[in-house]
Design a protein around this ligand. Structure first.
Ligand code: DLL
Length: 442
């Protein structure tokens, strides 16, 4: 562990630290951020009402729209002269959600990410190939500063320019690799096309996240690259990568840095807390942030948490993989369906590769799904590039049956030739809203 005294502290110690830090944060936002002062007043809550961490439920939620409304710096609790870094996440509205960090924030973030890299199996002697995008996105620089804090030799390659990535991986022989799972898969497949033995690269661990991915995708990446793949989670509004990470020892839930972030899980409809172990929307409150302290931020991410001790010895709260986003959940004939569930099913089917897109379509007045998947190269060769071949028809039938039994919905399926689904250099676009554009197959 990078910080054993914190990562393996007793639950009493953790909660005591959380309590005092929560009280400080609440006092700070009340004094420094008019938005929160007004919101607290509306709820009739004042800083002195927060006696224990369970009192957090007396506080109002913060939503992404609040950050948009306060664009760019309205939620900052310090003057810009104390801000040393600004990041943002790209929004559909064109303007990014802006987040800021003081020197102390960057120091805390680097420490959290250093812990995360160690949890993933990294050491200070490693070379770490960092293929997360550098820029407004927090992935590149977030991992970078954590790796430097640890003392690892960081290769700031960023996303894209896949051929150059491949050369650097072959020449530098990094032990660790970071990037979105979809992009790293893309890099691995390109290497295979070039005849490179991807299992002999010398990689030991991969730190993959920033987008939903499944156990099937983990298996694919671990087999292709002969490494241990761990899931890293984070969001810019809370900090960036490192809010939580799986440990390589157990790969069983993501350890939340709960000395810096207080997690809750709520029912997104009633906004009431759900029981430990039950799925709901993750809500985070920052406990140490200076530039942009944030109270009860509704992430839109669906997961569950547990406070059971992990076999690795860490005592932190752990969250499950993110199962989907509240806004990605589709309701098809009354059934809730998450795209990640479809990925899980797809990856268990032989002859497919983990590239897919879910098109939301209208069939008359009914909403439906048209699933675009890619046939694997081996099967494509076997059927002589004929997508009308019986084996392809059989594959299509199998997909539809498996999705029906796992997700309880009937879907359309389009099987496409290899390399026809757009490849990502960062976060993959898995869902295409074709409800207004068209309702016929391609
Ligand atoms: O994606 C931060 C990050 C960078 C995390 C690198 C991990 C690695 P944003 O661009 O603000 O920040 O996007 C945050 O991405 O609310 C989730 O919906 C999704 N997300 C992030 N990590 C995971 C993950 C970064 N491991 C949003 N699994 C979050 C599933 C994830 N979804």
């Amino acid at each position: 562990m990078f910080n054993p005294e914190v990562e393996a502290a007793s639950r009493t110690e953790i909660e005591e630290r959380q309590r005092t830090r929560l009280q400080t944060t609440v006092r700070t936002v009340y004094e420094k951020v008019p938005f929160y002062r007004n919101k607290f007043a509306e709820e009739g809550t004042f800083p002195e009402d927060i006696v224990d961490i369970s009192d957090i439920t007396k506080l109002p939620f913060t939503k992404k729209q609040d950050l948009r409304d306060q664009y760019p710096f309205g939620l900052f609790a310090v003057p810009t002269e104390d801000v040393v870094r600004i990041h943002g996440s790209s929004g559909t509205s064109g303007k990014p959600t802006v987040v800021g960090y003081t020197k102390n924030d960057l120091k805390a973030w680097a420490t959290i990410v250093a812990r995360a890299i160690v949890a993933a199996g990294g050491t200070k002697s490693d070379i770490l190939h960092n293929a997360y995008g550098y820029g407004l996105f927090t992935g590149g620089l977030g991992i970078h500063c954590g790796a430097e804090e640890l003392g690892a030799a960081t290769v700031p390659v960023s996303g894209g320019n896949t051929e150059r990535q491949i050369t650097l991986i072959q020449d530098f022989k990094p032990k660790g690799i970071c990037g979105t799972p979809s992009y790293i898969l893309n890099v691995a497949e390109k290497m295979e096309d070039m005849g490179i033995d991807t299992r002999e690269l010398g990689l030991k661990y991969g730190i993959f996240g920033a987008e939903p991915w499944s156990e099937g995708m983990r298996k694919t990446l671990e087999e292709k690259l002969n490494l241990k793949a761990v899931d890293i989670y984070g969001l810019s509004e809370i900090m960036g990568p490192g809010v939580s990470i799986e440990c390589h020892e157990a790969q069983d839930g993501l350890h939340i840095a709960d000395d810096h972030f207080l997690v809750e899980v709520i029912d997104p409809k009633t906004l009431e807390p759900v029981a430990e172990g039950e799925d709901g929307e993750l809500v985070f409150t920052s406990l140490t942030k200076e530039a942009l302290p944030i109270i009860r931020y509704r992430t839109g991410d669906i997961a569950s948490i547990t406070r059971e001790r992990c076999q690795c010895g860490r005592t932190t709260t752990r969250m499950s993989r993110v199962k989907g986003r509240t806004d990605d959940m589709m309701i098809l004939r009354g059934v809730n369906v998450f795209p990640s569930e479809m990925e899980r099913v797809l990856l268990e089917i032989k002859g497919l590769v983990p590239h897919y897109q879910i098109h939301r379509v209208m069939n008359g007045t009914m909403e439906g799904v048209r699933l675009h998947v890619e046939i694997g190269k081996r099967l494509y060769k076997e059927v002589g590039s004929d997508l009308k071949h019986d084996l392809v028809k059989q594959l299509k039938k199998e997909i539809q049956q498996q999705i029906k039994s796992a997700c309880l919905v009937s879907i359309e399926t389009v099987i496409q030739e290899p390399n026809s689904i757009p490849r990502s250099e960062g976060k993959a676009i898995r869902i295409v809203d074709a409800r207004k554009v068209d309702s016929v197959g391609v």
